[in-house]
Ligand binder design. Sequence first.
Ligand code: NAP
Length: 199
Amino acid sequence: MKILLIGANGTVGKAVAAELGTRHEIIGAGRNSGDLRVDIESLASVEKLFKEAGPVDAVIATAGSVHFGPLAEFTPEQYAIGLNNKLMGQVNLVLAGQKVLNDGGSFTLTSGIVTRDPIRYGSSASMVNGAVEGFARSAAIELPRGLRINVVSPNVLVESLAGYAPYFRGFEAVPAARVALAYSKSVEGAQTGQVYEVH
Ligand SMILES: NC(=O)c1ccc[n+]([C@@H]2O[C@H](COP(=O)([O-])OP(=O)(O)OC[C@H]3O[C@@H](n4cnc5c(N)ncnc54)[C@H](OP(=O)(O)O)[C@@H]3O)[C@@H](O)[C@H]2O)c1
């Protein structure tokens, strides 16, 4: 398969590329890195990405930022960061990709454990992750031509603990290589409308 991986240079993306790159052709994309450049916040940029990539069988998004901060100080502008980037960025990939993906192709998006297991300062992350999962469940029943869509919801990664540990006390961090298996199941399996929790 030819797989377009957005966020290929990130912590999750590198592990996904290592898992799937042995069996498939990976086209890596990112905002400032990768074979192709894209800003997923812009639908026009995403459409240009698909033109440059050519026909692909799978799209994986391991890109997405949200703002973390105390609820008492959160502003609408700070919520908009996650809504525009992690939520609409991934939605933009599906909006543009549904028209150009090869028949039977797949989308795999990324949410995160805080959808259901919240942490302090994570109200935007929980909100956005829940929306990504709801979007995918619904898109799955409308996508044409046998296209599939799933979401991977990782726990905090072992590889990210250096920065995130204080916010995830009591969570059992998972290795990125184990999270990557869920992306493999989504791309190489047959299911659709699923949320794969690697918690
Ligand atoms: N790490 C964890 O413990 C963890 C746990 C649960 C969920 N997640 C979720 O998994 C996803 C990836 O996390 P990560 O830790 O791997 O992040 P990361 O290391 O910061 O990597 C993010 C990647 O996304 C790309 N990117 C960011 N904004 C972009 C944009 N507007 N357009 C295109 N590409 C963009 C970056 O590209 P450049 O490098 O080129 O800028 C980078 O390759 C996020 O949604 C995160 O919330 C992570």
